[in-house]
Write a protein that binds this ligand. Structure first.
Ligand SMILES: C[S@@+](CC[C@H](N)C(=O)[O-])C[C@H]1O[C@@H](n2cnc3c(N)ncnc32)[C@H](O)[C@@H]1O
Length: 265
């Protein structure tokens, strides 16, 4: 397919999902006619792109736990790409009647594999055909470390002992590229790789930082959750937001995990 005829490109204005999806595609072996499972599909990044690339002889099943996201994806799809199907399903417990897939992809997915990330990956690998490829992305350990260091220092200075303990529990629970590689190796996948690509997230000071659509939707909320007293959390974060020079540039680590199942005996 020539570049001119591709209509389902990754959205250019998206400064988070798209760069992660680009790294995923860099490692994904994509060919016409494949059967693909795309997990944590959201409203279709990169499911639409994958479906167009594999063409009508292939199939893409794209799943998400959120009925709202699935409805949004279906509304975008309309009658197009009929070999792409969106369904509401929990990726941590796939339905046993699902077929085997040649590829399983999941952009920005691994952080939602809780509580048992290894078990979730194992469940996915069970649905991968022989010589099939699993490719997952997530912001790995190290993401926004400069910000976390500023938060940690400020908590220490302000003697916020309980909050700091919860904050450390949160930091230590984040999966690393090494964790991901270990899971795939333990599951006997071959050609295992865990790759990391830095991504700068731009922010302004004060309200621009506190209400940054990416940060406030998840990463900063995790800090607020360390506080029982939300008005104290607000004052604490307002102070942090005054001095963004302390932690910018803000760098995320785009981690891509890739591995292949072996040929059947
Ligand atoms: C960060 S979004 C990524 C969406 C899309 N892949 C993208 O790149 O824009 C993560 C998605 O995972 C979905 N999700 C979270 N937990 C899930 C689960 N257990 N099973 C399926 N989807 C889940 C959320 O509803 C959300 O749409």
């Amino acid at each position: 397919m020539s570049a001119q005829t591709v209509r389902w490109l990754l959205p250019k204005h998206d400064y988070w999902s798209t760069p992660f999806a680009e790294s995923l595609l860099q490692h994904l072996d994509l060919q016409p006619g494949l059967r693909i499972l795309d997990i944590a599909c959201g409203h279709g990044i990169p499911a639409f792109y994958l479906a167009e690339q594999i063409g009508p002889t292939g199939e893409v099943l794209a799943i998400d736990m959120s009925a709202g996201q699935v409805a949004r994806a279906k509304a975008i799809q309309g009658p197009q790409l009929p070999w792409l199907q969106f369904e509401c399903m929990d990726m941590r417990s796939l339905r046993s009647d699902l077929p085997m897939f040649d590829r399983i992809t999941g952009n920005l997915s691994v952080m939602f594999f809780r509580p048992n990330r290894f078990q979730t990956v194992q469940g996915l690998v069970e649905h991968l055909a022989p010589e099939g490829q699993l490719v997952l992305t997530f912001p790995s350990y190290g993401t926004f470390d400069s910000l976390w260091q500023s938060v940690d220092q400020a908590m220490t200075q302000k003697n916020l002992i309980k909050e700091r303990q919860r904050f450390h529990d949160y930091l230590n629970e984040r999966p690393s590229a090494k964790d991901g590689r270990t899971w795939l190796e333990q599951l006997d996948l071959e050609r295992v790789g865990a790759f990391e690509y830095p991504l700068e997230v731009k922010t302004g000071p004060g309200q621009k930082f506190l209400y940054h659509p990416l940060l406030r939707g998840g990463f900063l909320d995790d800090v607020y959750e360390c506080f029982e007293d939300q008005s104290l959390a607000n004052r604490f974060m307002t102070d942090i937001a005054q001095d963004i020079a302390q932690f910018t540039p803000l760098i995320a680590q785009r981690c891509v995990l890739s591995g292949w199942t072996r040929a059947s005996a």
